[in-house]
Design a protein. Structure first.
Length: 180
């Protein structure tokens, strides 16, 4: 949960500034809002479509995989392709809500009922402690990256690759914790 939320908070904190060079300020604001709409839609779809007995860890992995695909769309956009940038916003946004709703659902099925409240509080506290540093960490990454022809957008491939790598690590952690 901490790795996935670290990537998400880092992305959200800088998304507007990364979209402005290609879209302009107002469209970048609308695109950032589109990520919120996609988050609501993604969370709703998972709630409707996830079977009762589903392996919730695999559902969370799929959600992160969609976000990785979004990060790859941002990389492929190269700071200029508006359709790919919008696709990246929608795909990344689709998993935002699931990163906070699925871990407690995982805890419900993997821990004894009396322990669930404590486990949920612990995973939330650890995640909050970790992702509090995400905006500054990703901001530092952008500052240390050499600017490209598009200014801040030129530094974006490394930024989006770091987001995708953190999501891969989140998937790895989810899979490592699966019971066989």
């Amino acid at each position: 949960m901490a790795a996935g939320l670290f990537a998400q908070i880092g992305m959200i904190a800088h998304l507007f500034s990364l979209l402005v060079p290609a879209l302009g300020a107002e469209p970048a604001g609308l695109a950032t809002g589109l990520a919120t709409a996609a988050a609501i839609a993604g969370r709703t779809l998972v709630g409707w479509l996830m079977p009762i007995g589903a392996d919730r860890r695999l559902v969370a992995c799929a959600s992160y995989a969609v976000q990785i695909t979004g990060a790859l769309a941002f990389i492929a956009a190269a700071g200029a392709s508006v359709p790919l940038l919008i696709l990246g916003v929608v795909l990344f946004g689709a998993g935002i809500g699931n990163a906070t709703s699925l871990p407690p659902l995982i805890a419900q099925v993997e821990f004894a009922q009396p322990d669930v409240p404590r486990v949920v509080a612990l995973i939330i506290a650890i995640s909050q402690g970790a992702y509090a540093f995400a905006p500054a960490s990703f901001g530092l990454l952008l500052q240390l990256s050499p600017p490209g022809a598009n200014g801040i957008a030129g530094a974006a491939p490394g930024f989006f690759a770091a987001v995708a790598l953190l999501q891969v690590l989140a998937i790895g952690a989810l899979l490592a914790g699966r019971r066989h």
